[in-house]
Ligand binder design. Structure first.
Ligand SMILES: Cc1cc2nc3c(=O)[nH]c(=O)nc-3n(C[C@H](O)[C@H](O)[C@H](O)COP(=O)(O)O)c2cc1C
Length: 341
């Protein structure tokens, strides 16, 4: 690991720094560590009007299910301080239309692609994995397990180690063994580390941390919940410390597992924070609604921030915050010894 020198100059108008920004998630190598987040940029067509989506580490597509779905009732978006609450409810065209329209377009465009899948039963995840196995142009699969299990009273798969691991094992079994699968976990659990370890043992090649965290907004004019579905997933800057906490906790128990960090990233320094906590790459979600070009800006600002801190390679910064404190580098004032000692 390159020893970083911590400096506090910002780099100003320096030319593009010479930092190796290659990021890897298991066997999937990307020229940039900045990806989109599932559900926040559809399949990339709209973003491509703002910048060339092949410059992204990868497009992570909206979670796809077997059948078309219209999602939950409206209203399904509410603003919150430093974030937003959504209850879109996995609206989508179903896997066959996705393959014909979206995946075909991404392949033609030459973009790297992580396909996100979701299901109401373990069988549905397995069926989706078998269909994806027949397709070209998929670099990895993200398994969104923050879905209610219809066979278990609507308990969310990601909230229990056994149900999370069950889905991961069936997707791993049914997928092309050369394609990495990432299990996307929910922060709404008491023991994330145990669930992460269960997913890894079940065959996950990596983890995506985190999905949204549940919230409720009450409209003080109507004096009713703002969302028709009452609860929604909170995203945006408000959840960044939760994402960093989850990445940190999982990195402590699984030092080598690839982690795709996501949650509240708006700037290069936000991305750096997730990387220092243990993320190998970073997805940008809610921010792209306000600033569609954010992924490119975040990539460049991250490169500058890494260079400023003496890193020659992005990979050297991954988990860097977990090192022991360098006591020699810290000036500590001798505490005054109280007289009564
Ligand atoms: C409108 C919206 C739709 C989303 N849809 C999905 C989805 O289909 N699948 C999924 O795994 N996550 C979905 N997410 C969660 C994001 O991928 C991401 O985990 C979360 O928003 C946190 O990142 P952010 O704070 O950068 O937005 C969605 C988030 C938003 C805001």
């Amino acid at each position: 690991m390159t020893r970083a020198v911590v400096r506090f100059d910002t780099g100003g108008d320096l030319p593009a720094p010479n930092v190796d920004m290659t990021a890897t998630l298991s066997t999937f190598e990307m020229p940039s560590p900045i990806l989109t987040a599932s559900g926040c940029a559809a399949a990339g067509r709209e973003l491509d009007q703002f910048f060339d989506v092949t410059r992204l580490g990868a497009m992570v597509t909206k979670s796809i299910m077997m059948e078309p779905r219209s999602g939950r009732a409206t209203p399904r978006i509410a603003e919150t301080p430093s974030g937003m609450l959504n209850s879109i409810g996995l609206q989508g065209p179903g896997v066959h239309a996705f393959l014909e329209q979206d995946l075909a377009w991404l392949r033609e465009r030459g973009a790297r692609v992580i396909v996100s899948i979701a299901g109401g039963t373990t069988q549905e995840y397995e069926d989706l994995a078998k269909i994806l196995r027949t397709q070209e142009g998929i670099d990895a699969i993200e398994v969104n397990i923050s879905c209610p299990n219809v066979a278990d009273r609507g308990q969310v798969f990601a909230c229990r180690a056994d149900s999370a691991a069950g889905v991961v094992a069936s997707v791993r079994r049914s997928s092309d063994p050369s394609i990495p699968i990432l299990a996307k976990l929910s922060p709404d659990v008491t023991d994330l580390a145990t669930i992460a370890v269960a997913c890894e043992r079940a065959g996950a090649d990596g983890l995506t941390l985190i999905n949204t965290t549940l919230g409720v907004v009450v409209d003080t004019d109507t004096m009713r919940p703002a969302l028709a579905g009452i609860t929604g997933g909170l995203s945006g800057p408000a959840i960044k410390p939760i994402a960093v906490r989850c990445i940190w906790q999982v990195r402590e128990v699984l030092p080598d597992i690839p982690i795709l960090g996501v949650g509240g990233v708006r700037s290069g320094l936000d991305a750096l924070e997730l990387i220092l906590a243990g993320a190998n790459a970073v997805s940008v979600g809610t921010t792209v609604f306000r600033d569609p070009s954010a992924p490119l800006r975040i990539h460049s600002d991250l490169a500058v921030a890494l260079a400023d801190r003496g890193f020659e390679r992005l990979s050297d910064a991954v988990s860097f915050a977990h090192r022991e404190p360098d006591l020699d580098a810290v000036e500590v004032d001798e505490p005054e010894v109280p007289e009564w000692l």
